[in-house]
Design a protein around this ligand. Sequence first.
Ligand SMILES: [Zn+2]
Length: 353
Amino acid sequence: MAAAVSLGGAAAASAQQSAVPRSLTADSATRAAIASRYPRDRSDTLPAFPLRRLAPGVYAVSGDTGRGVEGRPNAGFVVTPAGVVVIDALASPGEGRVLLRTIRTVTREPVRYLILTHHHPDHTFGAIVFKRAGARVIAHPDRRTLANAEGDDRLASDWTGVMGLQQMRGFAYADTPDIRVRRDTALIVGGRRIEIVRPGPAHTAGDLMVWLPADRVLFAGDVLVEDGVSMMVDGSSGAMLTALARIDSLAPRVAVPGHGRLATKPATLVAATRCYVLALRDTMRRAVAAGVRMGQAIDRLPPADRDRPVSLHSRLRRNAVRVYSEMEHALFDAAASQSAIAGEARRRAACPR
Ligand SMILES: [Zn+2]
C-alpha cells in the first residue's frame, strides 16, 4: 500500500483501484479508510493549528471542517496554574508536535496529562509527543477497534504508508493509559475541576468525554461529529443513544465534536445525531422483522464511495451493517426468551396443582 500511495498520477489511480477491495469488510474498510482519509498536507511543518478560546484557559484546536470525519480531527487543552491538560493527540507525532507548539503559543506551563477520548489512530498517534514531554496518559483501558484487529504493528505500518515517514518520525504507541478510567472520574488540576465522563461504548469500546462543568464546555470525542453521522461500527447504536442522552443531561454551552466545526448549539447536533440513529434502527428493525436479508437492506442505501470508507455514504452503509446485525440479535434474543418462557409454561403445566 505504501508503494501505491507514493506513485503519481494515473499510475496511482489504477494502483489504488486494484488495492481497494470491492466489498467493505471490517478489515478492508479499515485499510482503505487509512489509505484515503488523509491528504499528505505536511502539517508537521506548520507553526501552529487554528485555536479557539472557549472559556478562560479552555481551548479547542480546530481540525478540518466540512469534510465529515475525513481529515484532521479536533483536539483541545485546558491551562491551569499547575500545568496543562491536553485532550486528544491527533494522528501522528508530526501533528502532535504542531499541537504542542500550538499550546506553547498560549502557555509555558508543563503538560501534566493527556486525556484520550478513544483509541482510534487519528486521535492517538501523536500521543508519544506528550508522553515524552512528561504527560501522563489518561484513557479507557479497552483499546480494541477494527483498525487494530490485525495487531498494532500492522496498523502502525499501514498508517505510516499514508501519513508518510516524515509525519510519523519518532512514532511509538502511547495510548495505553497510565491512569485507567472506566467510569466517571473527576480530575482536579490547579484548582480546576475536569470531569472525565464515561458515556458507554458508543463510538468505540473505550469512549470517554471531557466535561468542564464551570464553563459548560464538552469535548465529545467522536460520539459527536459535525454532520450528525457518528460511526458506530466499533461501538453500538444502543450505547450511542445512551451517550447522546448523557450529553443532553449535561446541557453543554459548547461542544467540541471529534471532527468538524464546533457545536455552539450542542442540543441541535445531539438531536440530529439521535434522529439519524433512531431512523436507522427503525429501518433495520423493520427489515429484520420482514425477513429482508442484510444485503438487500443495505442495497437500498446510496452507494458507498469505494475508496473513501469514512465518506458520508460509506459511513451510512457501514453503520447500517452494524445496526442490522444489532437488530437481528435483538430479535433473536426476544424470540429466544419468548420460547424459553413458553417452554417453562409447558413444563409447569405438568406440575401438580
Ligand atoms: Zn474515532
